[in-house]
Design a protein around this ligand. Structure first.
Ligand code: ADP
Length: 575
């Protein structure tokens, strides 16, 4: 049955029941009313007339006889009971007798008796009718109660059944929709009825069936795509690790299994934090996985891994997988993919390059030193006097040789740094001596440009813990740069300050300065500010930085374009 029909039926039945109850009650009330009126009109009036007749018979007042006459007449019009008609005729004939002789006691007596009989007859009738009325009232109460009970039972049944009849399927439907939204496409509705809910259930089931079908085809597609991606990842030459947001390993490719030294079963599904406790490679893979900024790639040391009997080098790249889930506003971290780029080939080439540069630089050193010695002999005119032109040539060769010496020195230093072979000898040293050595080394260069090197230092400077040779190299490079990039006839200030158990040495010039956009790159290898005309390799500051860091110190730069630059190094004191 349709819901609308059910509702109509329920409300209709209730309406009919109320109507029946009303009719039954009204009918009984009506019967009771008629019966009461009947008693009043038919019997009570006859008793009243009889009472008046008796009263007037006892009265000696004038007009009593006519009052009796009036009441006898009224009684004659109010004959209602069986036998009352005959008694009333008798009353009339008694009264006619009495009228002829009012002093006749026997006639008066007879009239009174007849009146009493009418009175008695009506009183008996009242008694009978009142018992009938009370029976009718009893019946009324009975039937009204029956009808009311019936109404209550039917209304109660409707109250229990009708709302749940409508609400239950809605509840079931809501649950099923929830299941579907949770991708449980096997969910079905089983409404047996032919109502609208039946139709709804069949539409819902069709929808669920279609979704299931769609999901199955999608699943198949996803599985094919997954296989494709699996093959792709497995065939990659670089080891790949897929982690979820909790750092559990989701997948690894063949290359990853090879280098990790564990079987696939031992890795998949395991948490990397647990695996890191016993596997050094996994530990270094996840060491910086949660660091907010990805470090500049050329600053990250490549991973050196022994596998398959040889040494390989890998560069780690971490991709953080973030997506905005459907219906949400903010990005959520879904996992990470770690790719190890095999850079062994480049590393080998790099070794070869470093070896070559180191060998060449080293081999250059001896002949350059020999040339320098010969030039010194020429300069000092120990092998004969030089004319002015020859003197100028010797001076120029000397400058070129110095430059060549600087370049080979820088290249040698760089090869040492790149191969991780910085040899340090850290001892307590006096920074003043190092500064004096550095400024003396640049003295001639400064003199040529009429540049004055001013050294400013407090009376007492605590000894520093440093490699004096490397620190001297750094300061020589900084003062040399200050001279090279300053204008003629200017000052260079070398200032020493002792702050918080650190010795800070700054070299300030009033030269061309460095454009702000290049300041972050100034310590990068081979970087030179575009447009720099002076000769150079772009290695001096990079080497300086490496030397400072290796000693636990620091190097920093402040510069204003057109106003000059200030390079500061800081070193630890003995204290
Ligand atoms: P090089 O001087 O051999 O080019 P450096 O590493 O010493 O290499 O310096 C890198 C670059 O930084 C220089 O090419 C130059 O452009 C800039 N630079 C270094 N020192 C100064 C300075 N004191 N004033 C202005 N520019 C400088």
């Amino acid at each position: 049955m349709k819901i609308k029909a059910k509702l109509n039926l329920g409300v209709g039945v209730l309406f009919t029941l109320i109507l029946i109850l009303g009719i039954v009650a009204a009918a009984y009330v009506n019967v009771l009313k008629t019966e009461t009126e009947n008693i009043l009109v038919a019997n009570y009036n006859s008793i009243a007339y009889s009472k008046n007749i008796l009263f007037n018979l006892q009265s000696n007042e004038m007009g009593a006889l006519s009052a009796v006459e009036k009441n006898v007449q009224s009684q004659e019009k109010n004959v209602t009971e069986q036998g009352e008609k005959e008694t009333t005729s008798e009353l009339r004939s008694n009264f006619e007798e009495y009228k002829k002789n009012t002093s006749d006691k026997a006639t008066k007596e007879q009239l009174s008796i007849t009146t009493f009989r009418i009175m008695d007859m009506n009183m008996q009738a009242i008694q009978i009718k009142s018992s009938i009325a009370s029976k009718t009232a009893g019946n009324a109460v009975f039937w009204i109660l029956i009808t009311a009970t019936l109404c209550f039972i039917i209304a109660f049944t409707l109250l229990i059944n009708l709302p749940s009849n409508i609400a239950d399927p809605i509840k079931e439907l809501t649950n099923s929709i929830k299941q579907i939204s949770e991708k449980n496409y096997k969910e079905r509705l089983n409404f047996k009825s032919n109502s609208e809910f039946g139709q709804l259930a069949s539409s819902f089931n069709t929808l669920a069936e279609k979704l299931e079908e769609y999901d199955n085809t999608n699943l198949a597609k996803v599985m094919t795509e997954k296989k494709r991606i699996d093959i792709l990842i497995n065939n990659m030459q670089n080891p790949v690790f897929g982690l979820d947001e909790n750092l559990n390993i989701l997948f690894v490719n063949e290359e990853a299994v090879k280098i990790i030294g564990m079987t696939r079963v031992e890795i998949i599904g395991k948490n990397t934090l647990d695996l890191a406790l016993k596997n050094d490679l996994i530990r270094s893979l996840i060491s910086d996985i949660n660091s907010p900024v990805q470090l500049n790639s050329n600053k990250i040391e490549p991973l050196k891994i022994y596998s398959g009997g040889k040494e390989s080098y890998f560069e780690k790249e971490i991709l953080h997988l973030r997506i905005v889930p459907t219906g949400e506003e903010h990005e959520k971290l879904m996992g990470h993919v770690i790719i190890l780029k095999n850079i062994t080939e480049f590393k080998e080439l790099d070794f070869a390059k470093n070896n070559f540069i180191a060998t060449v630089s080293h081999e250059f050193k001896t002949p350059i030193s020999a040339i320098k010695m010969s030039l010194l002999l020429l300069e000092k005119e120990q092998v004969g006097t030089l004319n002015e032109e020859q003197g100028n040539l010797v001076k120029s060769i000397n400058e070129d040789i110095n430059r060549l010496l600087k370049i080979t020195g820088e290249l040698l230093n760089m090869t040492q740094i790149e191969s991780g072979n910085i040899q340090l000898s850290i001892l307590p040293v006096d920074i003043k001596e190092i500064i004096e050595y550095a400024s003396n080394a640049i003295k001639t260069q400064a003199k040529q440009k009429q540049i004055n090197i001013k050294i400013n230092m407090p009376n007492y400077v605590p000894p520093i813990l440093a490699d004096s040779e490397k620190t001297a190299w750094v300061l020589t490079n900084l003062i040399s740069n200050a001279v090279r990039y300053s204008y003629e006839n200017s000052d260079i200030n070398v200032q020493i300050k002792v702050i918080n158990k650190k010795v800070m040495v700054s070299v300030t010039d009033t030269g061309q300065g460095i454009p702000p956009q290049y300041l972050p790159k100034i310590f990068d290898r081979y970087f030179r500010v575009p447009g720099t005309k002076k000769e150079g390799t772009g290695l001096g500051l990079a080497i300086s930085k490496e030397f400072m860091m290796a000693q636990g110190g620091m190097i920093d730069v402040e510069s204003e374009l057109g106003a000059g630059s200030k390079f500061t190094i800081s070193l630890n004191t003995l204290a």
